[in-house]
Design a protein around this ligand. Structure first.
Ligand SMILES: Cc1ncc(COP(=O)(O)O)c(C=O)c1O
Length: 404
């Protein structure tokens, strides 16, 4: 069974949102702030570049960027980065994933503010060609800031075992030097940074519930991977710094803040999920965040004893399609999803002892498995301070901005 909240929180959240009709989403701001502070502590003095995909609400992104310990945005698409720069949310934006969007690249090249505020990610000569072509399509193009994405995955058994996201083909110092030289040879491009995201550590919990053998395998893999990556990352950074100066070397994520920030070669961590603390981040031994983002569903049916049915709720998280990606009942405590129906498109049955105490129109509180994706389901986030909604702010979707 997943983690449940306290009856005190249930009373408080119900009271704060009594005037709202569910479904709706909230952020519990005390938890959000505590999570931000904990992330900063865990980063050990290195700045956190805020992974905007894990927040997807401009108001909250701006709140976090105003805190000590957070600096700059790790955006997820170039249109998003252009929008954030135009909104003055940040003048230090790194797009973490490569783009093939010619229109946006052309907009980047011809907008002075965007061109100085944004760096785009590259990992092959084709990316460089796309940028050069976009520059050639506008008059008086600006230099485009680029960063190299480095594969931080873990490989063993001669490459037969691999853990970590399939990202960049750039893996060795020689690979990185080759691409860096290609960038340095193009006057329209400026190499400003490196990024190496170890998803197999930062995004994989080392304490998965009810899976002790798998947990042991994960810990072994993570220990070996962290040691291998620290050596490789340092060698790559040293090799590139011989060619040019770098503004940043980005690594890590919410699940690896301590470890990644301890590497001398890394200058900043990219992280965001820890702010909302979705359920996937319950599965770590090293830290315990506070659930901050939740959604409320209305009870609309009582099919029988021990079960209530809520409207909607099928907000599955992206990824491998495993049960870990399904949203989890949070309050009242002790609810579980029905095995047959799970979290459904139009209805979600909830089974548990609390069911018989709920009436039509009451609500159940749920947590998403991932962080920012929840915001693709709602136009607004209600920001709860104690026993009241202090403000209601739009998500990216609420501002008409749906990037992925
Ligand atoms: C490049 C990169 N850095 C960092 C992160 C970590 O983000 P978070 O801490 O929000 O999970 C991610 C997540 O996918 C990522 O893709």
């Amino acid at each position: 069974m997943s983690r449940s909240g306290s009856s005190h929180d249930l009373r408080r959240l119900d009271l704060a949102t009594a005037h709202l009709d569910a479904p709706f989403a909230i952020v519990d701001m005390a938890a959000f702030r505590a999570n931000a502070a904990a992330m900063t502590r865990r980063a050990g003095g290195k700045p956190i570049r805020l992974a905007s995909k894990s927040v997807r609400c401009r108001y909250l992104i701006e709140q976090v960027l105003a805190l000590d310990g957070f600096r700059g945005v790790l955006a997820y698409t170039l249109p998003e980065a252009l929008w954030l720069a135009a909104c003055d949310t940040s003048d230090d934006i790194v797009v973490a994933y490569p783009t093939a969007d010619r229109t946006s690249l052309a907009r980047l090249a011809c907008d002075a503010t965007a061109a100085t505020s944004i760096a785009v990610m590259v990992d092959c000569p084709d990316h460089l060609d796309l940028i050069d072509k976009a520059r050639a399509s506008v008059s008086d193009p600006h230099q485009v800031r680029v960063a190299i994405d480095i594969d931080a995955g873990y490989e063993a058994l001669g490459g037969r075992f691999r853990a970590g996201a399939r990202r960049s083909p750039i893996r060795s110092p020689a690979d990185a030097v080759g691409l860096a030289n290609a960038i340095l040879g193009r006057p329209g491009l400026r190499l400003v940074g490196l990024m190496a995201y170890e998803s197999q550590i930062a995004g994989v919990g080392d304490n998965p519930p009810g899976r002790p053998l798998y947990a042991r395998a994960v810990r072994t893999m993570q220990r070996r991977s962290a040691a291998e990556l620290a050596r490789r990352r340092a060698a790559i950074v040293a090799a590139i710094r011989k060619l040019t100066s770098l503004e940043f070397v980005n690594g890590g994520g919410t699940g690896s803040l301590e470890g990644t920030s301890a590497e001398a070669a890394v200058t900043e961590i990219g992280a965001g999920s820890g702010l909302y603390h979705p359920t996937l981040f319950d599965a770590y031994r090293g830290f315990t965040g506070q659930p901050a983002a939740m959604f409320a569903l209305p009870v609309v049916r009582r099919p029988g004893p021990g079960v209530v049915t809520a409207l909607g709720g099928g907000y599955l998280a992206s990824g491998p399609g495993t049960p870990s990606r399904v949203p989890s009942p949070y309050l009242p405590a002790g609810f579980r999803l029905d095995k047959e129906e799970g979290a459904g498109e139009v209805q979600t049955p909830l089974v548990g002892p609390a069911a018989d105490g709920l009436r039509i129109g009451d609500r159940v509180w749920m947590r998403h498995a991932k962080a920012g994706e929840l915001c693709e389901r709602f136009n607004d986030l209600h920001l709860v301070e104690g026993e009241a909604v202090a403000a209601t702010v739009p998500t990216y979707r609420g501002e008409g901005q749906t990037f992925l």
